[in-house]
Design a protein around this ligand. Structure first.
Ligand code: MG
Length: 460
C-alpha cells in the first residue's frame, strides 16, 4: 500500500463524515473512540471545529477512548492543523471532530496519528475491522481513563507559525481574514497580527450555525470578503474551510484566486529558496509542473487525497530525497519544514512572507503566471471501474498514469478520469493551454466514457 488508493467501508480519504442524527451519531462516534483506543494507548488529544454537534461528538469519542483505558485531553475548539501540530509533539494520537467544508448539518471524525498525520489506509482498515467486528478491548473498572481540558494548547501552534518567519515581516500590510465562523477565528488573525499586519476580520466570531457563509470557501460565499478587501485597500483577503486546513485568497483587487494559481504562487516562493521535489495529486494543474521546472525542482504525483501527499513527502525525505513543498490544488498546502499536513494558518502566513519578499501587489504576481483552461465534470455511474479499464486500454498507446483512475498526458494538456472512493460517481478533469483544445479533449473523453458506461448521467 502507500501509493495507491484503497477502498474502505466507512472512512473516506479524510475521515468519516455524515449528517447528524442520520448517519452520524454519538453511538457511532463512541464506537470509533473505542476502536481507536483499542489500537492506540496512552494520552489522546480530542479537538473539534465550531459545529453545533461538536461537543456531543467530542464527548462520545472521549467516552469510547476512556472505556478502552486511554487518557483524554480535551483541546476544545481549534483548527485541524493545530491539533495535528499538538499531537505530534505531545500525544499518542488524536481525534478531530469536524466535517471540514461540508454544510452545518454534517459532522465527522478525523483520526490523527502520533506523528501528526491523518490515519493512513492500512491503519484505517484495521480500525474499521475492529469497529465492525466489535472486538474492542474495553478495560475493567480500575483501568478506565480520565479526562482533562487544555484549551490553551493551540497557542503553541500559533507560536510555531509566527516563529517560522522573521519578526515584523507583515509591517505595513493590511489583510482581511474570513475564518467563516470556524476555529481559525482564534488563530489566523492572531498569527497575522503577530507578524506585524493590520488585521480586519469578517465572520470572525465562532458560530456552528455558520450565519455568514457556508464552511466551503466558494467564490460566491467570499463576495463580502472581496468587498472588504477593496474597501480597506488590503494586500489580500484569506478565507478558510470549516476546519482551516485549507486557505484560499482574494487578491488586492478583490478577485478570487483560483486555488491552482495559489499553489503555483506559493510553490514558486518556496522552490526559489529550497530545492527538491514538489508532491501533489494527479488532479493538480500544469502550473505546478511549470513552476517546478522554472525553479529547478520536479513534480511527483500521488493519488488524490492529502494523506497520500503527506505520506509520500515523508517517505521521500526519509529515503534521503529533499522535498520542498506539497499539497493539493484546492488551497490545502503542506510545508515539510513545519508539519506533514495541510495547514491553512501557515498558508495565510506564507502569503505575507511571499508578498514581503516580492515587494509587488498580489495581482501583479498572479497576472505574470501562465493560464490554462480547466473543465471539471462530475458524473453518476455504477460502472466507474469498467470505464477506467476501458480508457486504460483505449489510450494504452499514449502516456498514461494509473495511480488514481487514469490520467492521459499530452503535450500541454491532460485528462483525468477517476472513480469516487465513496459514491457511484466519477470525476473528469481536463486541462489544456486553450479552451479549444480542452473542449475537444473533453468531448473525446466523454465519447469514450459513454461507450463504456451506458448509465452515465451528469451529476449536478
Ligand atoms: Mg478541511
Amino acid at each position: 500500500m502507500g501509493n495507491e488508493r484503497v477502498q474502505k467501508k466507512l472512512f473516506g480519504t479524510n475521515g468519516v463524515r455524515g449528517v447528524i442524527g442520520k448517519d452520524m451519531t454519538p453511538d457511532l462516534v463512541m464506537r470509533i473512540g473505542k476502536a481507536l483506543g483499542t489500537m492506540r494507548k496512552g494520552r489522546i488529544a480530542v479537538g473539534r471545529d465550531t459545529r453545533t454537534s461538536g461537543e456531543a461528538l467530542a464527548c462520545a469519542v472521549s467516552a469510547g477512548l476512556m472505556a478502552t483505558g486511554c487518557d483524554v485531553v480535551d483541546c476544545g475548539i481549534l483548527p485541524t492543523p493545530a491539533l495535528q501540530y499538538i499531537v505530534r509533539d505531545h500525544f499518542d494520537a488524536g481525534a478531530m471532530i469536524t466535517a471540514s467544508h461540508n454544510p452545518p448539518e454534517y459532522n465527522g471524525v478525523k483520526i490523527i496519528e502520533p506523528d501528526g498525520t491523518e490515519m493512513g489506509d492500512e491503519e484505517t482498515l484495521q480500525l474499521e475491522e475492529i469497529l465492525f467486528s466489535g472486538s474492542f478491548k474495553t478495560v475493567p473498572w480500575d483501568g478506565v481513563g480520565g479526562k482533562k481540558s487544555e484549551p490553551n494548547l493551540r497557542e503553541t501552534y500559533i507560536d510555531a507559525i509566527v516563529d517560522y518567519f522573521p519578526p515584523g515581516i507583515g509591517a505595513g500590510m493590511t489583510v482581511v481574514v474570513d475564518p467563516g465562523s470556524g476555529p481559525a477565528a482564534e488563530t489566523t488573525p492572531q498569527i497575522l497580527s503577530r507578524l506585524g499586519c493590520t488585521v480586519h476580520t469578517i465572520n470572525g466570531q465562532m458560530d456552528g450555525r455558520f450565519p455568514g457563509r457556508l464552511p466551503e470557501p466558494s467564490p460566491e460565499g467570499l463576495a463580502p470578503l472581496a468587498e472588504m478587501v477593496r474597501e480597506t485597500g488590503a494586500a489580500f483577503g484569506v478565507a478558510h474551510d470549516g476546519d482551516a486546513d485549507r486557505a484560499v485568497f482574494i487578491d488586492n483587487l478583490g478577485r478570487y484566486v483560483e486555488e491552482n494559481r495559489e499553489f503555483g504562487l506559493i510553490e514558486d516562493f518556496i522552490c526559489k529558496n529550497t530545492g527538491g521535489l514538489v508532491v501533489t495529486p494527479v488532479s493538480t494543474s500544469l502550473i505546478a509542473g511549470e513552476v517546478a521546472k522554472e525553479t529547478g525542482c520536479a513534480v511527483e504525483f500521488t493519488p488524490v487525497g492529502s494523506i497520500y501527499v503527506a505520506r509520500r513527502m515523508r517517505e521521500l525525505i526519509a529515503s534521503g530525497n529533499p522535498v520542498a513543498f506539497g499539497g493539493e490544488g484546492n488551497g490545502g498546502l503542506i510545508y515539510p519544514e513545519h508539519q506533514f499536513c495541510r495547514d491553512g494558518g501557515m498558508t495565510a502566513a506564507m502569503m505575507v512572507g511571499l508578498l514581503h519578499a516580492a515587494g509587488a501587489p498580489l495581482t501583479d504576481l498572479l497576472d505574470a503566471m501562465p493560464t490554462y483552461h480547466i473543465i471539471k465534470e462530475k458524473l453518476r455511474t455504477e460502472h466507474a471501474a469498467s470505464v477506467v479499464e476501458y480508457l486504460k486500454t483505449r489510450y494504452a498507446g499514449e502516456e498514461i498514469d494509473c495511480r488514481d483512475g487514469v490520467r492521459i498526458n499530452r503535450k500541454g494538456a491532460w485528462a483525468l478520469v477517476r472513480p469516487s472512493g465513496t459514491e457511484p460517481m466519477m470525476r473528469v478533469i481536463i486541462e489544456a493551454e486553450d479552451e479549444k483544445t480542452s473542449t475537444a479533449f473533453f468531448t473525446e473523453i466523454m465519447n469514450g466514457i459513454k461507450a463504456s458506461a451506458p448509465d452515465i448521467a451528469s451529476h449536478k
